[in-house]
Design a binder for this molecule. Structure first.
Ligand SMILES: Cc1cc2nc3c(=O)[nH]c(=O)nc-3n(C[C@H](O)[C@H](O)[C@H](O)COP(=O)(O)OP(=O)(O)OC[C@H]3O[C@@H](n4cnc5c(N)ncnc54)[C@H](O)[C@@H]3O)c2cc1C
Length: 451
């Protein structure tokens, strides 16, 4: 049998969302074609445990489109892994709060990637990543709880790839899927394989979990995700995501760290959301992961394909959704086209380019504009005033904000909407109204949380 055309054994390095979803897609497609394949997922992390040992570091917002796509694949997120069902988004800027309500029928969840923050007694059932990997295992994948430390590319066209794990185990595979993300040294292992793989450029994130009683979260945050345009130097996005008994703070920027987190926690907008006199505990769960902001180069070779963050993601949004997209395309390519480089370029690389590259350019422009606005409170105040207008004229502005915050719309479509003369006309009217409100002092008055 030609294992380049019809690979029988596929090894997936990394059991995060991209790895688990590639396994699920491969097994489903093979079943549909009546083909028998072996899928093995390597990952040492125990996603059920609390704290860093089980965590793939993320704000944990699961978008509507991902929930729908997972269900189509036969995977439903267990209710134990849902921390909160989100009702909407609140944008805080210049002392104002604009609330965008979730459209009827759509679902957004918040979840922990691990069993929960450090020090908590949560457990396996709470972890989003555990739920996906368990679904892959139920679907027929084998999970080997080990780190892969070596990969040998095949010497001849018919030879398999040789994988070595950290306990010295050697495994043969007709194809290898790299689903190792951007936060492990495996990027170096793949770089060293000599087929030209070069990882994506990355931005940094600083995250922490604020422990709060459930009732306080209900009262102060509601089930809304709070986006704070605080205009802090070096911070592109700042978001507070309510969970059951924690609020996750995520800051993203080219070079953000602990000092940014501490400064963020002292911002008046943050203070208004937290209970009076709140102090962070001495020890709390925090992390500083990377996230991709460009695509990787040369992501395929004979019998090798790289998926998920290690390949490409939507710009600063929907990483989990993007992992689904690359996983689905890779599985389709492997089963339909085969695992020689030429087929993988045709069936995987080109569709990924169409799905991400152009759209991400629009995303960059939109996020640059958003970041620039954050530095001009008077301008953001006017835009907020325009967006707060309940009338139809504010609908386009609110729909752009919703699309950008949730990632539900392609960036290119949002950019087109943002540049439309109709929007600017409505915005100018709204801004004038906002200025009038401001004359009365109403717009300057800080609002309470959404409750
Ligand atoms: C601060 C922050 C907030 C985010 N918030 C969101 C959000 O709210 N919603 C959203 O959709 N996305 C979010 N993302 C993006 C999301 O986390 C990623 O896009 C997603 O995790 C990518 O999945 P992945 O499987 O490609 O990589 P990862 O989740 O990083 O998984 C990689 C896996 O590979 C394993 N691995 C690595 N090397 C080896 C090896 N040699 N052997 C065995 N296993 C290995 C690791 O243990 C890990 O489990 C956020 C990202 C960051 C940084």
């Amino acid at each position: 049998m030609d294992t380049l055309r019809e690979p029988r054994s596929i090894a997936i390095i990394g059991g995060g969302p991209a790895g688990a979803l590639t396994a699920l897609h491969l097994l489903r497609l093979a079943r549909e074609k009546g083909r028998s394949i072996d899928v093995t997922v390597f990952d040492r992390k125990e996603f059920g445990v609390t704290g860093p040992r089980g965590c793939n570091m993320c704000a944990g917002v699961v978008s509507n489109s991902l929930i729908v796509r997972l269900e189509r694949l036969g995977v439903s997120i267990p209710s134990s892994a849902v921390q909160r069902a989100v009702d909407g988004y609140c944008i805080h800027s210049g002392g104002q709060v604009v609330r965008l309500e979730k459209p009827v029928g759509s679902r957004i969840y918040t979840a922990f990637r691990s069993g929960g923050p450090m020090g908590e007694e949560f457990g396996t059932a709470r972890s989003f990543d555990h739920a996906l990997l368990a679904a892959a295992v139920r679907g027929g994948a084998r999970h080997i709880r080990r780190v892969v430390i070596g990969i040998e590319r095949p010497a001849g066209a018919r030879d398999p790839v040789v994988i070595t794990d950290a306990r010295g185990g050697r495994h043969l595979a007709d194809a290898v899927v790299g689903a190792f993300g951007v936060n492990s040294r495996t990027v170096l292992t793949f770089r060293a394989l000599g087929f030209g793989y070069s990882p994506p450029r990355t931005a940094m994130a600083a995250q922490c979990e604020i422990p709060l009683p459930s009732a306080e979260i209900d009262r102060r945050f509601g089930s809304d995700i709070h986006v704070l345009a605080v205009g802090m130097e070096g911070v592109i996005v700042a978001v507070m995501v309510p969970k059951e008994r924690h609020v996750t703070v995520s800051l993203i920027g080219p070079w953000v760290g602990q000092a940014h987190l501490e400064r963020f926690m002292r911002q008046p907008e943050v203070g208004r959301l937290l209970p009076e006199g709140f102090h962070m505990p001495e020890r709390y769960c925090h992390c500083h992961p990377l996230l991709p902001i460009t695509g990787a180069r040369n992501v395929v070779a004979d019998r090798i394909v790289v998926v998920g963050d290690a390949h490409i993601s939507r710009y600063l949004k929907n990483g989990l959704d993007s992992a689904f997209t690359t996983a689905e395309l890779a599985a389709h390519a492997i089963i339909e086209g085969g695992v020689d480089r030429t087929s993988l370029v045709e069936w995987y690389v080109k569709p990924c380019r169409r799905a991400f590259v152009w759209d991400n350019r629009s995303g960059r422009i939109l996020f640059s504009a958003y970041q620039a606005l954050g530095r001009h409170p008077s301008l953001t105040r006017r835009i907020c005033a325009a967006a707060q207008d309940e009338s139809d004229s504010a609908a386009p502005l609110r729909s752009i904000a919703w699309g950008l915050l949730t990632g539900d719309e392609p960036y290119a479509a949002l950019l087109r909407q943002a540049l439309s003369p109709r929007l600017h006309w409505h915005w100018a009217i709204g801004a004038t109204r906002g200025l009038r409100t401001r004359d009365t002092g109403a717009a300057d008055r800080p609002k309470e949380g959404p409750s």
